[in-house]
Design a protein around this ligand. Sequence first.
Ligand code: ASP
Length: 447
Amino acid sequence: MIILKFGGTSVGTVENIKKVAKIVVANDESKIVVLSAMSGVTNTLQKISNLLYLKNYEEAKLEIQILNNKYKSIIQRLFNVETSFNKADVMLTYHYNLLLSILDIEFEEKHEKIILAQGELVSTNLFQLFLEEIGESSSLISAFDFMKIDINGEPEVQTIENKLLNIISNRLDTKIFITQGFICKNTKGEIDNLKRGGSDYTASIIGAAIDATQIQIWTDIDGMHNNDPRFVDQTISIDEISYDEAAELAYFGAKILHPQSIIPAKEKNIPVLIKNTFKPEAKGTLIHHNTVPKRIRAVAAKDNITAIKIKSYRMLMAYGFLKKIFEVFDKNQTAIDMITTSEVAVSLTIDNIHNIDKIIQELKGFGSIEIDSELSIICIAGDLAQNKKGITSSIFNCLKNIPIRMISYGGSNHNLSFLVKTSDKIAVLNLLNKGLFHNLVKKINLF
Ligand code: ASP
């Protein structure tokens, strides 16, 4: 059995839904199709939820109506058969009324999760009705029936496996299962989610639970690239990449894949294939164990980074200092991305500045604090084992004229990252492209 996950753009218009259907029914293999909400819908739902939180009922109602009209116009164009249209219309009315009903009650945190879930619920329903209309039988299974998270928001792997296998084994004649990405139930049995962009994670969790032969992530570009095609002209798509390299890239910028989604696939050694819905003939990128090692596989950048430097002579030869600093970030639920230390100072970076004022206040108790913002982390992924010569020099030779704020190397065998001003990012990506991939760039120029 394989898993096929389609993201927001893939199911974002009538034409695209039809393209997805074509891909899904292209072969006889048994599959589970995981769908996101149509592109932009989760953002709109988030906006509605924020408006309700602020008690701005008028505007929230307007947004709900606009969303409903958008869906209505989609079903008018998607369905040719009256009975399918009517079923879709009834389904939309149900979700529309559900959103409206939240206007009448005291808004609580759990309502946000209910609101956000509507996007995936609608797109999976629409897709199933569309397959029915074109004569393809499928089973819609609710993520709420098997996708459970624990108290820390992490998937309850064993429960998910048991529940999902049970559902599937009761429908042995089904070849196409459809389910929602992103949404789940928490320990209280309430509607919850795997955080924004979490549909990839759903696909990977499901793939691991049923021991899928492959997890396919269908998106809107031809797999992962060796550099960021938005800022660099001559990038090439990567045919294959290891789980570790893909995880580094996913976290540090390459927005193609949710970073956590690598873990379940890697643990079960299930290949992940990234494909382009709009160019299904393109090879895509295969993430798996047995890749041919490549010194430098790819470069990616992550923006909106803030660096915090804590300088203190109390740190000299003392133990326990770092622990105290980490505790401040832990208490304020802020993840640290990069860290470098000297005998008298620690520099670290964060991308979530929600609690930065509290963090600074507490860090002031340890020493003097300096903050730099508008920074970008540049991540280089590849086979960068520290026992090999020349790796760092080949990288930094390209960047002679670029000021570098922090460098992190040796944390893993697959990553070297450094911090630059965001205003230097495009120059850095281009310099690295020229310097590290020049053979490939030359080859492109020949054609
Ligand atoms: N619809 C959700 C989001 O926009 C989940 C996803 O698409 O992965 O974040």
